[in-house]
Design a protein around this ligand. Structure first.
Ligand code: UDP
Ligand code: MG
Length: 150
C-alpha cells in the first residue's frame, strides 16, 4: 500500500494551523495511519533533506525545519503521494494555486508550512526515517464506501 509522509512545519505549528491543515487532508477523505509531534534535530533534518545538500537554500532549510516542533503524519492509500502533493500545492506559496494549502496559507517559499513526499519510493524512505513499523496503524473506516466507489 502506498504511503506518504506529511510534515506540518514549524511555521504551521507556531501559527496555530495544525487543525486547519490536518482538516484539509482529512476532509478530502485521506486516511491518516500515524500522527505525532516532535522537534526534529539538526542531524535528522540534514538526513531528511539530504537530496538538497549543496543548494543555496539547504542551510536555511535545515534551520527552518529544526526551528521548533512539527507534526508528522503518515497517509496511506492508492495514489496518495500524488493526491497529497495536489492538496499541498506548488513549493512556492506565491505560485501555488488558490485552494491548495500553500496557496491559501502561505506567501514565501522559505515558510511554506507543509512537507509531502514527492514519489512512492520517497514516501517509503521518509516514513521509515521518522516512524517505527509498529507506529503505523492498520484499520478500516466505516465510511470508506462513501469515499471510494465499491
Ligand atoms: N525551499 C526553499 N527555497 C527554494 C526551494 C525550496 O526554501 O528555492 C525549501 C522549501 O521549504 C521546500 C523545501 O526547501 O518545501 C524542499 O524543496 P523541494 O524542492 O523538495 O520542495 P517540496 O517538495 O517541499 O515542494
Ligand atoms: Mg521535496
Amino acid at each position: 500500500m502506498e504511503r506518504t509522509l506529511v510534515i506540518i512545519k514549524p511555521d504551521g505549528v507556531q501559527r496555530g494551523l495544525i487543525g486547519p491543515l490536518v482538516t484539509r487532508l482529512e476532509r478530502r477523505g485521506l486516511r491518516i495511519v500515524a500522527l505525532k509531534m516532535m522537534h526534529i534535530g539538526e542531524a535528522l533534518a540534514r538526513q531528511h533533506y539530504a537530496v538538497h545538500e549543496g543548494k543555496p537554500f539547504y542551510e536555511p532549510l535545515v534551520e527552518y525545519i529544526s526551528s521548533g516542533p512539527v507534526v508528522l503524519m503518515v497517509i496511506e492509500g492508492d495514489g496518495v503521494v500524488h493526491m497529497v502533493r495536489q492538496t499541498v500545492g506548488a513549493t512556492d506559496p506565491a505560485k501555488a494555486a488558490p485552494g491548495t494549502i500553500r496557496g491559501d496559507f502561505g506567501l514565501s517559499i522559505g515558510r511554506n508550512l507543509i512537507h509531502a513526499s514527492d514519489a512512492p519510493e520517497t514516501g517509503k524512505q521518509e516514513v521509515a526515517l521518522f516512524f517505527e513499523d509498529d507506529e503505523l496503524l492498520s484499520y478500516q473506516r466505516d465510511n470508506d464506501r462513501w469515499i471510494f466507489e465499491q
